[in-house]
Design a protein around this ligand. Structure first.
Ligand code: PLP
Length: 346
C-alpha cells in the first residue's frame, strides 16, 4: 500500500513553506533572519523567537513515555488539528468520502463539512460495536478515511480489537483510531501495531488524562509517510512556545497523572454503582473512559434540574442509540457526591 498515492494530487505537488529555522538550524550568537524583535518580549519570559517548527525536544520527551520514535510522531494544535489535516491531505473535496461510526465524536463530521468531503455514516450496532458488514458496503474507491473512536465518545466502550484489526487489514485507505480516552481503558493502545499496518493512524491528546485541555496539544502516531505528509502541510509554527515549554514541564509529572487516572477509574466504578441505586436511573453503561453514559427518566428535565443546581452534564438524549441518556464526566469524589445527592433530590 502506497500512502503517497493516497494523498491528493495538489498536496503531492506542493512545495511547503520554508521557514527561517528550516533554512538555518545551527547555533549562532546573532539571529537576524526571521524579522523577530531582537530586544525581547514585554514579559518576564521571552517569547520573541519563533518556536521549533518540528517540536523536537517535546517529541523526544513524548517518545520516552509512549515508545514511539520521533519520526512517527506528529503534534497538532489539539487532535482536532490532526483530524482536519488528514482531511486536507487525503480527501479531494467534492469527490472523496470518509466513514464515521455514530454515535461518536462530532469533530469528524464538522471537519468533513468544512472540507466539503462526503460523510458516510455507518451506525454502531445496539451493543455499540462495529457493523463490519455495513462498513464493507459503505466503502468504495473514493473512501479515504475511516474514523474509529475507542474508547468511544459518548458511549464510553472500547471497540473490539479484532474488529479493528479486520478493518486495518482489509481497507485500502487510512484507519484513524482516536484514543483520546485510552489512559482510562482496560483495552491496550494500538501503538504496538504501528509497525504492522501502513494505513494506521492513532490519535491521542493532552486534553484528557494529562489535564492540559487549554494548551491545545494533540498527538498523531503513524507510519513515516503519513507523518511526512502532515508535517508538509501543517502551519509552520502550529505548536506555540508556551505550549511546548509547559508540556515539557508536565511530562516530568507522569506519577501525578497516573495517580489521577487511578482515582478517576475508581471513582468511575463507585459513581456507576451509586447511580445504579437511584430510582431515576434506568441504565448505566459500562465505561472505559473518564465519563459514563447514563439512561435516566425524562432526560431533558433531569438535565435542566441539574443545571438549576449548578451541575452541568451533557445531554445526549436526542442522539441515535443514546436516547434518554446523559453523558456524565467523572469529577472529584466531592463533585460526584454532589451529583448523586442532586439526582436523589430531583
Ligand atoms: C476530547 C476528545 C478529543 C480531544 O481533542 P483535542 O483537540 O485534542 O482537545 C479527541 N477525540 C475525542 C473522541 C475526544 O472526545
Amino acid at each position: 500500500m502506497d500512502i503517497n498515492n493516497l494523498q491528493r494530487e495538489n498536496i503531492k505537488n506542493l512545495r511547503p513553506y520554508s521557514t527561517a529555522r528550516d533554512e538555518y538550524k545551527g547555533q549562532a550568537s546573532v539571529f537576524l533572519d526571521a524579522n523577530e524583535n531582537s530586544y525581547g518580549s514585554p514579559l518576564e519570559q521571552n517569547y520573541n523567537r519563533y518556536p521549533d517548527p518540528l517540536q523536537l525536544d517535546l517529541k523526544e520527551a513524548i517518545s520516552k513515555i509512549k515508545g514511539v520514535p520521533i519520526e512517527n510522531t506528529f503534534l497538532g494544535n489539539g487532535s482536532d488539528e490532526a483530524i482536519d489535516l488528514l482531511y486536507r491531505a487525503f480527501c479531494e473535496p467534492g469527490r472523496d468520502n470518509v466513514i464515521v461510526l455514530p454515535p461518536t465524536y462530532g469533530m469528524y463530521e464538522v471537519s468533513a463539512g468544512i472540507n466539503n468531503v462526503e460523510l458516510r455514516k455507518v451506525s454502531l450496532l445496539p451493543n455499540f460495536q462495529l457493523d463490519l458488514e455495513g462498513i464493507a458496503e459503505a466503502i468504495d474507491e473514493h473512501t479515504k478515511l475511516i474514523f474509529i473512536c475507542s474508547p468511544n465518545n459518548p458511549t464510553g466502550n472500547s471497540i473490539i480489537r479484532t474488529d479493528i484489526e479486520t478493518i486495518l487489514a482489509n481497507f485500502k485507505g487510512l484507519v484513524v483510531i482516536d484514543e483520546a480516552y485510552i489512559n482510562y481503558a482496560k483495552q491496550k493502545t494500538f501503538i504496538q501495531e504501528l509497525t504492522e499496518y501502513p494505513n494506521l493512524v492513532i490519535l491521542q491528546t493532552f486534553s484528557k488524562a494529562w489535564g492540559l485541555a487549554a494548551l491545545r496539544l494533540g498527538m498523531a502516531f503513524a507510519p513515516r509517510p503519513v507523518i511526512d505528509i502532515l508535517n508538509k502541510i501543517k502551519p509552520p509554527y502550529n505548536i506555540n512556545q508556551a505550549t511546548q515549554n509547559l508540556a515539557l514541564e508536565a511530562l516530568k509529572n507522569l506519577t501525578q497523572v497516573n495517580q489521577w487516572i487511578q482515582s478517576t477509574v475508581l471513582e468511575r466504578e463507585a459513581l456507576s454503582e451509586a447511580l445504579k441505586g437511584l430510582p431515576k436511573v434506568k441504565k448505566v453503561y459500562p465505561s472505559d473512559a473518564n465519563f459514563i453514559l447514563v439512561e435516566v427518566e425524562q432526560a431533558l428535565d433531569t438535565y435542566n434540574a441539574l443545571v438549576e443546581k449548578g451541575i452541568i452534564v451533557r445531554d445526549r438524549s436526542k442522539v441515535t442509540l443514546c436516547e434518554g441518556c446523559l453523558r456524565i464526566t467523572i469529577g472529584t469524589p466531592e463533585e460526584n457526591q454532589n451529583l448523586v445527592q442532586a439526582l436523589k433530590s430531583i
